[in-house]
Design a protein around this ligand. Structure first.
Ligand SMILES: O=C(O)COP(=O)(O)O
Ligand SMILES: [Mg+2]
Length: 268
């Protein structure tokens, strides 16, 4: 680890470890893993884009190639409709407003036709549960749709809390939905796992570490999202969680040994 060779180091050594790791060291112990939903737990893009294309057909507009709008799949109905309409001309507000209920009705009726959890997710959740973590969802998807999807996937009871984009007066990147998810899950502190820059910003605003997944909807590479760690497959998640928590525990213990003497140094 950078800066740990050579016997002892002046406080604060944790600065070498990145902002999320240093946040993990302060205050209560991490006991909860909170997940974003669209593009993180579940590949919902096919059903969202099917709802978009249905809405475009109803409006008499041409349908779109899924790959053209996939990066917007985690940005909500309005952004998808705006992009879908713009591709074939204009996207006036009045048309978007008319299309939103059409989109939402079709999506609600077909929420889990093609949507599927990302590979390795269920095993990773089980492993985290066995290690004693609480599990929660913090998504910008409307809460009703989030609950509907979770039930359709057979996940009733898997998560200790589900906070949607309309659960509170504010949504991500405001930290309140993430903090509320932790409180509702009866946790104290979390790592937030997400697929977008908004998710990383939310974790940062809540002073919590984040892990970015590289298989979601973002067109920015996961390593560039500013998260503390990034993973390409859910089988890497339990180790990523441990590697955020373990060095913090290790260093905190070594630092506390020397805090008694008033000399905040770390013995290696
Ligand atoms: O549906 C949305 O608006 C975004 O959903 P997400 O926050 O789970 O990515
Ligand atoms: Mg997302």
């Amino acid at each position: 680890m950078a800066g740990m060779e050579g016997g002892s180091h002046n406080w604060p050594l944790y600065c070498d470890l990145g902002p999320g790791i240093s946040m993990a060291m302060r205050g209560p112990k991490i006991d909860t893993i909170v997940f974003d939903l669209d593009g993180t737990l579940v590949d919902t893009a096919p059903d969202l884009i099917a709802a978009l294309n249905h809405s475009l057909e109803v409006l008499g507009r041409p349908t779109v190639e899924p790959m053209l709008v996939r990066p917007l799949a985690g940005h909500g109905a309005r952004a998808l409709l705006d992009a879908g309409l713009t591709l074939s001309g204009d996207a006036p507000e009045e048309l978007i407003a008319r299309a939103i209920p059409v989109f939402l009705e079709h999506y609600a009726d077909n929420i889990c036709t093609f949507s599927a959890p990302y590979p390795g997710l269920e095993l990773a959740l089980e492993e985290l549960r066995i290690e004693g973590f609480r599990l929660a969802i913090c998504t910008n998807k409307p809460e009703g749709l989030a609950n509907h999807l979770v039930e359709a996937l057979g996940w009733a009871g898997v998560f200790d809390a589900i906070i949607g984009g309309d659960t509170l007066p504010v949504r991500k990147p405001d930290p309140l939905p993430l903090l509320t998810a932790i409180t509702q899950a009866k946790g104290a502190k979390a790592i937030y796992v997400g697929d977008s820059a908004v998710d990383v910003a939310t974790a940062r605003a809540a002073a919590m570490p984040s892990i970015a997944v590289g298989f979601g909807f973002s067109d920015v590479c996961a390593s560039q999202l500013g998260a503390d760690l990034h993973i390409d497959h859910f089988d890497m998640l339990p180790a990523a969680v441990r590697s955020i928590i373990a060095p913090a525990t290790l260093i905190a213990q070594r630092v506390s040994l020397d805090l008694d003497s008033g000399q905040a140094t770390v013995a290696v």
